[in-house]
Write a protein that binds this ligand. Sequence first.
Ligand SMILES: *Cc1c(COP(=O)(O)O)cnc(C)c1O
Length: 221
Amino acid sequence: MYIAENLNTIKSQLPVHVTLVAVSKTKPVADLMEAYDAGQRIFGENKIQEMTDKWEVMPKDIEWHMIGHVQTNKVKYMAPYVNLIHGVDSLKLLQEINKQAAKNNRVIDCLLQVYIAEEESKFGLDEQELDELLKQVQHDKENFKNIRIVGLMGMATFSENQNQIEKEFKHLKTIFDKHNQLETSNLKLETLSMGMSGDYQLAISCGSTMVRIGSSIFGSR
Ligand SMILES: *Cc1c(COP(=O)(O)O)cnc(C)c1O
């Protein structure tokens, strides 16, 4: 019962333009089903194998989001069904997603992950790499027909320092706004994925349109 309650509390606080991704990594299917029965239809996982196992047994009207770092050789396992890949951070990965999407006659939506944190451990593109990747996708439309870049994703420094986190979220929003005029068949930035259990309210105040919340819904991992 507590999962449905947590979910309803969080949903009641979210502005209508903000999409909630329920991050269910490590949690059993029964927990996800409790969220599903309470109306949740978007789930985020960070391991392709685990996500695929859950996709196989759960209702087919669920949207599955891959929020973790993706290894190129595993893209094929999620290509038949994944709805949004949050952590795209290289041309090579984007090429593989396009190739596997084509094999499945699909167009797969992707977010480019931008590096905004201070710590060294986080994946993502720096601003210059982002510029280059965006240019490449625009100029090479023929080779990127089966992907669509629909936004950006970022993770703030793991810290208690709210000023630091706010600065990083605002920085990502500035980068997002800088590119929001771009529009080609395979590229239009509409989604800004930032904010987790500890910082989603701050992220929303800085312009997030998609929050990825795990422990505040399902409990600690
Ligand atoms: C685990 C994870 C989350 C959710 O974290 P919580 O603190 O449990 O809300 C969000 N985004 C990514 C990329 C994650 O790996």
